[in-house]
Design a binder for this molecule. Structure first.
Ligand code: SF4
Length: 438
């Protein structure tokens, strides 16, 4: 009889890709995906702890399965991910949700198959495996990919930076880079299998190779090697740290065949005092010099950033500095977040937390400014014919994106298939380009 699984994923692209690996394990055991809670024989919650709200949401979701499991006694429920890597949380889940069968952390997620089989074969009724960081790289598990035209590829795990607002280094451990040959061979296979977009993933891709298990190659060399692969595809990468993005990497991008001219460079704020409090290890001046260097080598670069609004002690003047930075850089996209307390981080213990209503006002002002900048920047595409990757068809509309990640709605498509097409841009609506295939 066909068995089914359901994976509920919270958080970032790292987690989305981790879930693809869990799905890979389940598919190899003959399970098929379902969206129907009651139909699932295995349910996995892959959690996030970057914001406390995400943790509460995950706990609420897990709780909803108590009555379902009462009806379907042999359903197996597993909880994993960053939230579980915090030992107190893991213990809380294990104690308060006795219907959860498997609890495992981020460092041993590649052992999911072993834990599942142990419960399936009734060797253990429940599994609790939250381990301290292992100095070795995790074993790679075959993924069952779910992100359409795009394929995620981990190039490194963990982070050494300890930004004061961030929990990631505590739950993902120190940086570990995968060997370059292994990454290049995974990318080659993906291109052979028809993937049109490959996104190299790491918390700080620019420090690729700095840490043990590799040490021989840096990020520029890795990009060069991946760029040598033959085929019709685009390479992207996430995420860059402004203190580590080198001119060498930017030159490789500028001279490449396949690497997208989109660079996501999270600045977080435009004020030096706050950057120091955040432990970001760069100044506004350094950041702006890096932006100038990028624009010199890649004049058509598409820049995006993350901004945290309302970090503890942020004054109106400090916030104005961030708005001024936006005006100077002229980003294509800005992801603005309200600072939210995250216990276990140094920022949580700081004085001077900003009231929520002020943070909301500031983030709205920031996003309104960015919308104006974005609209202005998009005008240059009007009447142009550009290369677009068709990615989805939903409710009769076809969606795509440019090599630089700009969203496009494509009209009058006769035959939809995930592929590159040339699109003439006729209109701009909100921050989307609208055009037709030529
Ligand atoms: S660079 Fe900073 S924000 Fe990014 S994962 Fe590392 S500690 Fe967190």
């Amino acid at each position: 009889m066909q068995k089914y699984y359901k994976i509920v994923t919270f958080g970032c692209q790292m987690n989305v890709h981790e879930s693809e690996k869990i799905a890979g394990t389940l598919e190899s055991l003959g399970y098929k995906a379902t969206e129907i809670d009651e139909q699932a024989d295995v349910v996995v919650f892959n959690t996030c702890c970057v914001r406390e709200a995400a943790e509460q949401k995950a706990l609420g979701n897990i709780g909803k399965f108590k009555p379902i499991k009462k009806q379907k006694k042999d359903m197996i429920i597993a909880v994993c991910g960053c939230m579980v890597q915090q030992e107190k949380r893991a213990e809380q889940i294990y104690k308060t949700f006795p219907f959860v069968n498997i609890v495992f952390g981020t460092h041993n997620s590649y052992k999911f198959k072993e834990y599942l089989e142990s419960v399936l074969n009734k060797k253990q009724k429940r599994v609790y495996q939250v381990v301290k960081e292992d100095p070795c790289l995790p074993l790679e598990v075959e993924s069952f990919r779910t992100s359409g035209a795009n394929a995620w590829v981990n190039i490194m795990y963990g982070c050494n930076n300890f930004c004061t607002y961030c929990i990631v280094p505590y739950v993902r451990g120190r940086e570990k880079s995968r060997p370059m040959e292994e990454i290049v061979s995974e990318c080659k296979k993906l291109v052979e299998n028809g993937y049109k977009e490959i996104t190299l993933l790491g918390q700080n891709v620019n420090s690729y190779g700095n840490t043990f298990n590799n040490g021989k190659n840096n990020f520029a060399e890795l990009l060069k090697e991946v760029d040598k692969i033959e085929g019709n595809f685009v390479i992207k990468f996430l995420t860059s740290h402004p203190k580590d993005l080198s001119e060498e990497v930017v030159k490789v991008i500028a001279n490449s065949k396949h690497i997208s001219h989109m660079i996501h460079l999270p600045v977080q704020c435009g004020n030096n005092r706050l950057l120091k409090l955040m432990n970001r290890n760069y100044t506004v001046e350094h950041y702006l010099n890096t932006i100038d260097m990028i624009k010199k080598h890649i004049p058509d670069v598409n820049l995006s950033t993350d901004i945290i609004v309302g970090f503890p002690t942020e004054t109106e003047e400090d916030f104005e500095d961030t708005l001024n930075l936006l005006k100077k850089v002229q980003y294509n996209t800005v992801f603005g977040f309200i600072y939210s307390k995250r216990s276990g981080t140094p920022a949580d213990k700081m004085e001077g937390h900003i009231p929520l209503d002020i943070k909301r006002k500031r983030v709205n002002k920031l996003l309104a400014l960015q919308r104006e900048i974005e609209k202005e920047k998009l005008k240059r595409f009007l009447g142009q014919t550009i290369k677009v990757l068709m990615t989805d068809r939903k409710e009769g509309k076809v969606f795509g994106k440019t090599d630089c990640g700009i969203n496009v709605i494509i009209e009058n498509v006769q035959e939809f298939k995930v592929d590159f097409v040339n699109v003439k841009i006729n209109e701009i609506k909100n921050t989307k380009l609208i055009g037709e295939i030529v």
